[in-house]
Each structure stands twice: as structure tokens, then as C-alpha cells.
Design a protein around this ligand. Sequence first.
Ligand code: PEP
Ligand code: MN
Length: 335
Amino acid sequence: MKLIIFHTQATPLQQDGVRRRLMNDGVAGIARLTGDRTVFVITDPAGEIDLHDYSELPGIESVLEEVEKNVRVADDGASIPDMTSGIPGMTIIAGPCSIESEEQVATIYAHMAREGLHFVRGGAYKPRTSPHDFQGEGRSGLQMSSQIASDYGLRLVSEVVDPRDVEFASRYAAVIQIGTRSMQNFALLKEAGASRLPVLLKRGMSATVDEWIGAAEHVLVAGAPVVIFCERGIRTFESITRNTLDILGAAALKERTRMPVIVDPSHAAGRRSLVAQGALAGLAAGLDGVLVEVHHDPPSARSDAAQALPLDQFSRFMSIARSLRESLVSGADVA
Ligand code: PEP
Ligand code: MN
């Protein structure tokens, strides 16, 4: 977004002259704001318009070329709730794709508590490609898993698909998850934000980083104290992995926000043999954490079985992640 700010005494004729010149230069989106002075707001998504010469035109006080529209996402001074989990300074969230049974949830969450996590995942409303696949346990699953989580001193991260379920879910989940398929469901974004809980926002599988930021801005404007951005892989021509994990897209996002940016290697990889690599690559790239699917008996998992890490493999990942964290911290000290 770019702004042309007129002097308080600028005449309508001068403003018209500037508008005509902008149109001649091919600018289509011009909005006019009036107050004690007139401001033209210019949208330039492709970043092609150069307003450098305009500041010399009669009637113009100043030209601002780079105005951050997403003020909440970019806010340097925002007080961000502590999302530490598993490793100091990091947000490690793990747990099953779907909440299935008490025994399943208790076995997995007990292990997560032993690994020092504060946040665990578990889906109750599952957005499945086929209506014939397991759709999740819904309300009773949320109640049961949040009870077991709190028995272990853990807090639940759970996805909501329908805006009408946010109010109920917010009584049991500590963090509302918005899935990749819902990233631009604006009604859901607003409802999730209005819960005033932290919101974990997955990147849409076909969304640009800018679109992702716009979605987060909706959530923050609606009232969420923090958005945890989660890169989970995007659709590309490549099919050797389930999705293409865009680590540098996530790293670039960190240049635009102080909110946590984490990576979900499970839905990117699609199979467990690549999950730890993706998670460690994200941490090595300076991202703030990971979201990983874990199951005590992966072959029996009712969704995403192929990508679930068994408990012992998750523990091996955690011990490497802890040493990586230590070397990253000492690396930062050297720099
Ligand atoms: C999930 O976290 O289980 C999930 C459905 O993820 P995504 O929205 O990234 O596909
Ligand atoms: Mn899943």
C-alpha cells in the first residue's frame, strides 16, 4: 500500500491533476480518504508503481511508498503470550492427528508430558477429503482429550472447521487451530479471533505468504492475542512428498512479524521417514518450533497413519532438537 498525502490547502484542481496522472501511469486502485487533509491510498500488489516523482507535484505534502497494511502482524510492540513448549525458546507441539480413544490420548499425552511439552495436538473435527473417512469424535472428543491433557498439565491445540463450533471448542482448547483448507474462510477467522485464544494458522496449500499474512491480520483484528503461523507444505508440481515444505517462505515471513512461525513437517512429508528431517530443517532455519503428528501405534491411526511418528522416534527427534537448539544458541552468541 502506498499513500499520497496532500497539503491541507491543496485545491480540488491539484488533487484532480494528481489523480489523472496516476491513471495515465496505469494505477487502477485509488481510494480517497478525506479528513483534515486528503490522502490517496494506492494499492499496488505487484509493486510496479514508482511514485518517486510525485512528491514534487503541487499540492502534495508527502508520498509514503511502503505502508504496512497488516499492522497487527507487523506490530513490533505487541505483547505476545508465551508459547514455549518442549524446549526453551521453542514451541514444540505434538500429538495424534485425530482424537480416537481415551487409551490412545492418555498414552500419547503421558509421553508428551515426559518430553516436557506444554502444548499437545489432537483433532476432533477432521476436514477429510472423503465424507466416507473418519470425521473425528467431535464434541465428546474435545472434552475427553482436554481433560486428559490437563491431567498431565498439558494444554490442547485443536482444529475447528465450522465457525459455529468455535465457542464450544474454546471452552476446551487452549489454542484454536485453523487448517490449510480453511485459511481464507473469513467467517471462521473472525470467530476464532473473537475467542481471544491464541490461533494456530496453517498456511493455505495454495496461498502466498502475503495471503497468509492477510488471513492472520483478520484473526488479530478480531481479537486473538497471537497467531502462530504454521507452514505445512504447499501444492507444487512435485509429488514425491505429499506437499512441498516451503522453509524459506516461512523464514521470509519471520522478517515481517514477531509472532511465532513454526513448521509442520508431517503434512508436508506425508510419510514418517521424512518428518524429522523437515522438523530439524525448520528449526535450523531459525523457525520457532514444530507441529508433529505422533501415535503410540501408527498402523492403527484412523487418519494420517503413514506420517505419524511412533513415540520412540519422537523422543529421538526431541533429543536431536535439544542439541540443535544448544548449537543454534551458541552460534548466535558467536555472531
Ligand atoms: C491436521 O493438522 O491434522 C490437518 C488436517 O492439517 P492441514 O490443515 O495442514 O492439512
Ligand atoms: Mn493430520
